[in-house]
Design a protein around this ligand. Structure first.
Ligand code: FEO
Length: 407
């Protein structure tokens, strides 16, 4: 666990977590950080108390001591969001100290009570404040459905610090650099994609609520954005707010000026058409990504499709339906409410079609409203006429996606 000073009287404790499935689902190829914040006035508050993933609280106690905070002196535990990656310390802390107060929203209070059997809870509402002394005043601002209904921001007035919890967060481990002004261009690009991965994997189902949360953040005078995952933004806090505004647009069909090929092939017939589509993209100078399902993870597939303005789906018929790993990825995209993408599908079939029918069912069942170029299907291996149709489909996709590009 690392200890970093954010401002006078405010520290961040952060640690990397790896080799887990986030939320029990998402492969996090590059890990994730869990950030806690300590605010010290005459009284002391800890915001989002996290523990090692194995539940051991010792590193947190040790880190507190190293920044001169006796765990016994902590008066308030502020739970911005009850999901255990932000609140896991509660039951450990209760074992060593009995007289502290948990502050959270009314929705979080029910969860804290049911998950941790806690009853010393003070419910806070929009604009409520907590004066810690020595000029440190915290205010509370619920942002429901980011991405749970219980979530709130905590804002420290003297330093204009927004403790934003999941909002403005990113996957990705932090090694030596923790603040936006320390990042190299490579690290900036890394955390931009890890932010997209975080938004698309964890948050995007709630994009309408996230837009409201963005507006609430914009109503505050922010000097520092201190999220529960990923870097702290102190030089240019507007950058991560603008990124999240863009991500919310990606959820509704816009994307970077690039194509993602989401594909699978049983015996290489559909793969021949994929190769042809790639040659067209290369000829046209279009950036593209390839996601070979099921070899790539759904985390990667959701994030990469999410950020792309154009999608090519290359998948054959399998047992009268769409090739299952591609169907599963598309269903996940639908469940995540990633709508309005511009797409083109082709694929092989043997004794019967069926892939196209299931593709339409997935899109309709999930209200995805994707805009499709006419699909191309071929019996067995693709022939010259099919390659020509694939080329025409790719060119039509590139034309249609132009109006969806947002960089
Ligand atoms: Fe970072 Fe919703 O947990």
């Amino acid at each position: 666990m690392k200890r970093l000073k954010i401002a006078d009287g405010i520290h961040m404790l952060t640690m990397n977590v790896e080799d887990i499935l986030f939320e029990g689902i998402w492969e996090i190829a590059n890990g994730v950080t869990l950030n806690s914040y300590i605010v010290q006035g005459e009284k002391t508050a800890i915001i989002d108390g996290v523990v090692n993933w194995d539940g051991a609280p010792e590193t947190l106690f040790k880190s507190l001591e190293e920044i001169g905070v006796d765990p016994q002196s902590i008066d308030y535990l502020i739970v911005n969001h009850m999901e255990p990656d932000h609140s896991g310390w509660i039951s450990h802390f209760r074992k060593i100290k009995d007289d502290f107060t948990i502050l959270c929203t009314d929705r979080a209070a029910k969860l804290v009570a049911s998950f941790y059997d806690e009853d010393k809870i003070k419910v806070v509402k929009e604009g409520d404040t907590l004066d810690l002394g020595k000029g440190k005043v915290l205010s509370f601002h619920p942002v429901p459905n980011v991405h749970w209904p219980d979530t709130m921001y905590t804002y420290e007035r003297s330093t204009k610090t927004l403790f934003s919890c999941d909002m403005f967060g990113a996957f990705g481990r932090m090694k030596d650099h923790f603040f936006d002004d320390e990042m190299t261009p490579e690290e900036e690009a890394f955390f931009e994609f890890e932010g997209i991965r975080y938004y698309s994997n964890v948050m995007t189902t709630f994009t309408l609520a996230l837009r409201k949360a963005i507006e609430k953040a914009r109503s505050l005078d922010i000097g520092i954005v201190a999220p529960g995952h990923g870097p702290v933004y102190r030089k240019n806090p507007q950058k991560i707010i603008d990124d999240y505004i863009r991500f919310a647009r990606y959820a509704e069909g816009t994307g970077k000026n690039e194509v993602t090929i989401l594909w699978g092939s049983m015996y290489g017939m559909t793969a021949k058409a994929i190769e042809h589509a790639e040659s067209i993209l290369q000829r046209e100078g279009v950036k593209y990504n390839k996601l070979h399902m099921p070899l790539n993870s759904e985390s990667e597939a959701v994030a990469t499709v999410f950020q792309s303005a154009g999608i090519i789906i290359g998948a054959p018929t399998y047992e009268y339906k769409l090739f299952p790993p591609v169907a599963a990825a598309l269903s996940e995209l639908g469940r995540k409410r990633i709508t309005g993408k511009t797409a083109f599908r082709f694929g092989s079939y043997g004794w019967s079609g069926g892939a196209e029918k299931e593709l339409k069912e997935i899109v309709e069942r999930n209200y995805m409203k994707w805009d499709f170029v006419e699909s191309v299907e071929f019996e067995g291996a693709p022939k010259e006429e099919h390659f020509a149709k694939v080329e025409a489909g790719v060119m039509e996709l590139l034309k249609k996606m132009r109006e969806k590009v947002v960089e």
